[in-house]
Design a protein around this ligand. Structure first.
Ligand SMILES: [Zn+2]
Length: 44
């Protein structure tokens, strides 16, 4: 479940699994569906 986060810049959407922030709810939801916390290669 994507979490909405209020920031100065506006509302961000946070992936519950890895904490990655998105400025678009759809992007966040799509990421979260494919999020694999066992191999967060995009965090390197
Ligand atoms: Zn994620």
């Amino acid at each position: 479940m994507v979490t909405a986060t209020q920031r100065e810049e506006g509302t961000w959407y946070e992936c519950e699994k890895c904490g990655l922030l998105f400025d678009d709810r759809e992007d966040a939801a799509q990421h979260e569906e494919n999020c694999d916390t066992d191999s967060p290669s995009y965090l390197q």
